[in-house]
Design a protein around this ligand. Structure first.
Ligand code: UFG
Length: 326
């Protein structure tokens, strides 16, 4: 299939491009390189610089490519994803994440592209009851990031109805790790996610890290999350795309491991390799105590099961960061 990957130079996008190419698909990447890296784009993918909020730039690229062969699928990864940043700067999140999706959908309508794979998030659930989320759990985000993703999900639903499109919306839990070649991984300035922060501290790239809150109602007082390897997530996109196109259906699917680990457990896992200098601090605004996926639907519909464990995730990120230390 011919696939347009918007945000394909970013972290999850670049891993998905690797999986798509391995599965034999024809991939065009569009990215504004705001956080993505051109070097992260697989050599067999064709790269265009373009911005998801700019109809003109998308239109020009898609028009040119469609003359060669129409697109079968669009994949959307071009989002802002940092919870604390979304609380400080909601405008940026609504503009990029909601307005960007609307612009992309308008382009899809114009060029009659019928299938979209959309990156959503566990943050749409907010404080889920007992912390376990099925796709039927109530959606009640507690931060702007989750709100913008939920708004986009709904918008995609309405566009699908109006223009006879199919969608596969993936709600990611906590994605981490790097590609097995160590060529791509999460590489950017001012990382905020707990696994890279812990590993950077272990490697001496950071002097110290703070655990945000140790008075939550969890096994050890620190927040519990469901960590999932980026290559497991990426592979699910290939399965999801093939599924919705073949069956002509739409789905919303959690991508997680069914298992939760606390921040302290992450630190202990990293400390199996190197010591970590950490201190306890105040709770971080917008953090739910516990978020764990039920991944039964992904198993049932896509026959997808995560292949990599927490220790695989940590080891791959550690090796990646050692390789790209400079
Ligand atoms: N944490 C620390 N210290 C740090 C960084 C994080 O204690 O230096 C804690 C956070 O407070 C939180 C946990 O580690 O309790 C996980 O935080 P992350 O920033 O790694 O991830 P989030 O859970 O906030 O968010 C991530 C993605 C979202 C996604 C969500 C789904 O950024 O896109 O997982 O669970 F929606």
């Amino acid at each position: 299939m011919k696939v347009c990957v918007v945000g394909g130079a970013g972290y999850i996008g670049s891993h998905t491009v690797y999986e798509l190419i391995e599965a034999g698909h024809d991939v065009i990447v569009i990215d504004n390189l705001s956080t993505g890296l051109k070097e992260a784009v697989h050599k067999k993918a064709l790269f265009y610089e373009g911005d998801i909020t700019d109809f003109g730039s998308l239109d020009k690229i898609v028009a040119g490519e469609s003359k060669k062969k129409s697109f079968d699928v669009v994949m959307h990864f071009a989002a802002k994803i940092v919870v604390p940043e979304s609380i400080k700067n909601p405008s940026l999140y609504y503009y990029n994440n909601v307005e960007g999706v609307r612009t992309l959908l308008d382009v899809m309508v114009k060029y009659n592209i019928k299938n979209i794979i959309f990156s959503s998030t566990a943050a749409v659930y907010g404080e889920a009851k007992d912390g376990i989320c099925t796709e039927e759990s109530e959606t009640k985000p507690i931060n702007p990031y989750g709100e913008t993703k939920l708004a986009s999900e709904k918008m995609i639903g309405w566009f699908a109805e109006a223009y006879d499109m199919n969608y596969c919306i993936f709600r990611y839990f906590n994605v981490a790790g790097a590609h097995k070649t160590l060529e791509i991984g999460l590489l950017r300035d001012n990382l905020t996610h707990v696994i890279p922060v812990t590993i950077q501290t272990a490697l001496g790239i950071r002097e110290k890290m703070t655990v945000f809150g140790n008075d939550y109602d969890t096994i050890d007082g620190t927040c519990v999350r469901d960590y999932i390897h980026v290559s497991d997530i990426a592979y699910a996109h290939v399965l999801g795309m093939e599924y919705i196109v073949k069956k002509n259906v739409s789905e919303i699917i959690n991508l997680g491991s069914n298992q939760g680990f606390s921040v302290k457990e992450i630190i202990h896992e990293v400390e199996k390799h190197y010591p970590v200098n950490y201190e306890y601090g105040a709770r971080r605004e917008g953090d739910p105590a516990k978020l764990i996926a039920s991944n039964e639907r992904a198993k049932k519909i896509l026959a997808w099961i995560p292949k990599r464990s927490l220790s695989d995730i940590i080891l791959s990120d550690l090796e990646f960061r050692k390789k790209h230390k400079n």
